[in-house]
Design a binder for this molecule. Structure first.
Ligand SMILES: *[C@@H]1O[C@H](CO)[C@@H](O)[C@H](O)[C@H]1NC(C)=O
Length: 397
């Protein structure tokens, strides 16, 4: 959730309770002490974010993949929705393709805590409770993620609603230590909307950090998020990822080729691939995008280098590139213009390939290798609001 839509944040009561929870978590994690002064201005990580200082939970070695309830259902969730989503992830093959986290977003919790002070699930919409739901999701070979609170789950998305003025570096660090002391590896997804230049310190505390406000299901909104995210490419690495927010693919606000661009950009930028549509009623077209194994392989490449924008021609034409393992390179040619097809060139010096190198080019959406070989550059015609995505593999001359 983003600051602009705080009306969608939890009620103030819940927030005050959340504050109490945080304080308790901090006390549990730190003893009674507070390291406010130390945590206040951590500064960039040494080596441009290359070293993990605090967090080493073994998770997020590649960007996380899963599903989250918010983009499609907002507050309209209940345990039946979550169970049928888990079923659908398995039935559609999406689980097998890598989408293993099933993440509840806001509105799962009751406004009132229980007598012991713990957050509890809304008894009307989650009558069986979170433990039963976790057991069900685990029985499907999947993992359960939750929002705002820790305990018994595999993933925490921790939002930033009703900030009380305490710096993000302090609040999100406290939760990191609380999760660490939970004795269970919990993927920690920071969601503080990009404040305080979070890419520079998020890796100390979490496995991913939102770099932007909420995405919306529009072409310009989607591009706006990935452009902002692009500025921080060098801070992403195995264990900690920039997060331009969840996928809108399949929610209906964009055309097919625009969703192909959305998914391609998220893949090359090593963004979390968290599905945001209703997978129980997913179309063949949408499934074709989300389960494209070659695109997913770019995102999940073990080198974990975030591809970025390396060249612009005028306002509309762009080249994105990112290094992959085995000396390969992912290259995306993007036409942001609305009306005309255009020829776009990826020149080796721009994408980071040595001048004399010859490559084979695989068209990732066509699942085919282009005829011929390329030395020095690769040019392709790209339709309006469309992209082409290639993997270039060096070959002997
Ligand atoms: C979508 O997001 C963009 C960028 O954040 C914003 O400019 C635009 O107003 C949003 N559109 C809608 C319909 O919310």
């Amino acid at each position: 959730m983003a600051p602009e839509i705080q009306s969608l944040c939890p009620s103030l009561t819940a927030v005050l309770l959340l504050g109490a929870c945080l304080a308790a978590a901090a006390v549990a994690a730190l003893g009674a002490g507070d390291d406010y002064a130390r945590a206040r201005a951590p500064g960039p990580l040494p080596g441009g974010g290359a070293r993990r200082v605090l967090l080493a939970n073994g998770l997020g070695l590649t960007p996380q993949m899963g599903w989250n309830s918010w983009n499609h259902f907002q507050c309209g969730i209940n345990e039946a929705v979550v169970r049928s989503t888990a079923d659908a992830l398995v039935a559609t093959g999406l689980a097998k393709a890598g989408y293993t986290y099933v993440n509840l977003d806001d509105c799962w919790a009751d406004y009132q805590r229980n007598k012991e002070g713990y957050m509890v699930a809304n008894p009307k919409t989650f009558p069986s409770g979170i433990k039963a739901l976790a057991d069900y999701v685990h029985s499907k070979g999947l993992k359960l993620g939750i929002y705002s609170s820790a305990g018994g789950v595999d993933y925490l998305k921790y939002d930033n609603c009703y900030r009380d003025g305490t710096p993000e570096t302090v609040r999100f660090g406290r939760m990191s230590r609380a999760l660490k002391s939970s004795g269970r590896p919990i993927f920690y997804s920071l969601c503080e909307w990009g404040y305080m230049e979070v890419p520079k310190w998020g890796g100390r505390y979490g496995n991913s950090w939102r770099t932007t406000g909420d995405i919306n299901d529009t072409w310009s909104g989607m591009l706006d998020n990935i452009d902002r995210n692009d500025a921080f490419a060098r801070y992403a690495k195995p264990g900690g990822w920039n997060d331009p927010d969840m996928l809108e693919v399949g929610n209906g606000g964009m055309a097919y080729n625009e969703y192909v661009v959305h998914f391609s950009l998220w893949a090359i930028a090593k963004a979390p691939l968290v599905i945001g549509c209703d997978v129980t009623r997913v179309s063949k077209e949408t499934l074709g995008i989300l389960s494209n194994a070659e695109v997913i392989a770019i995102n999940q490449d073990r080198m974990g280098v975030q591809g970025n924008k390396v060249k612009k021609y005028g306002n509309d034409l762009e080249v994105w590139a990112g290094q992959l393992s085995r000396h390969r390179m992912a290259v995306l040619l993007l036409n942001r213009g609305a009306t005309r097809s255009a020829s776009i060139t990826a020149a080796w010096p721009d994408v980071g390939i040595r001048r004399g190198v010859t490559v084979e080019a695989r068209d990732i959406w066509k699942h085919g290798t282009l005829p011929g070989r390329f030395t020095g550059s690769l040019t392709a015609v790209v339709g309006p609001h469309s992209c082409k995505l290639f993997v270039l593999t060096p070959v002997p001359r």
